[in-house]
Design a protein around this ligand. Sequence first.
Ligand SMILES: Nc1ncnc2c1ncn2[C@@H]1O[C@H](COP(=O)(O)OP(=O)(O)OP(=O)(O)O)[C@@H](O)[C@H]1O
Length: 250
Amino acid sequence: MLAVEGLTVVRGQNTVVENVSFKICAGTDTAIVGPNGAGKSTLVQAILGILPHQSGQVQVLGTPLSTTGWLPMGCRQHIAYLPQNFLVDRRIPVTVGELVGLGWGGREWEIPWLKLPQRRRAVHQALARVNASHLYHQSIGHLSGGEIKRVLLAYCLVFPRRLLILDEAPAGLDVRGEADFYDLLYQLKREEDWAILQISHDLDMVRRHCDQVLCLNRRLLCQGTPDVALAPETLALAYGTEFVQYRHTH
Ligand SMILES: Nc1ncnc2c1ncn2[C@@H]1O[C@H](COP(=O)(O)OP(=O)(O)OP(=O)(O)O)[C@@H](O)[C@H]1O
């Protein structure tokens, strides 16, 4: 689904991601962990083509991403991305139904109203999956932080895609919302074969839910199953020995 080979990304004067290589397959959930400033968001943004990369290769579904971040539309539409923060002018007069509907679209150019009933049905289904049907007519300016997260997730799900990239996605969700969120991710990977790549600081969640872990601190320190990649030695490399001792004594 995604192949990254020797990826290096420079921001300003600094190399913040260096020579990173990994692959992710359909039907799996991969976590990127590492301390603040480790380059996790930068790595994801380079994979998405939001940031250019200086060297290395990224292939999405076998199609190469250019160094400037260009990917053919037919391939890009298989990727859904939920960012860490969603900054929007709350005065924009857009309803939840309209926002989620923007994520629905076919490959080719179409007359917008041609498939209106299909789009409406898809929007309702996506909102139902994230328990947000009641927000359909709500203006996006009136949503709480957790509600915005649910609506953005519906935006990702409204069209069938294959790769879901999440940057600390459940932050802001309540306890029930978080549990539902991980159930939904499990469903997407098991029943619909989505590949999931998620940045997380919640190591316990990563142990419970993820199949593969990438431990990053500018370079990839370790990759493997949670048991391997979150072993005390790797955590000590990433976060320092004091942190690992602290976790052991609590
Ligand atoms: N716009 C920018 N220009 C230059 N350097 C930047 C920019 N944004 C981030 N950086 C630097 O890039 C490095 C990696 O940042 P990044 O946001 O990718 O880390 P992160 O692992 O996602 O951190 P966190 O866990 O805190 O979200 C940091 O040293 C940061 O200061």
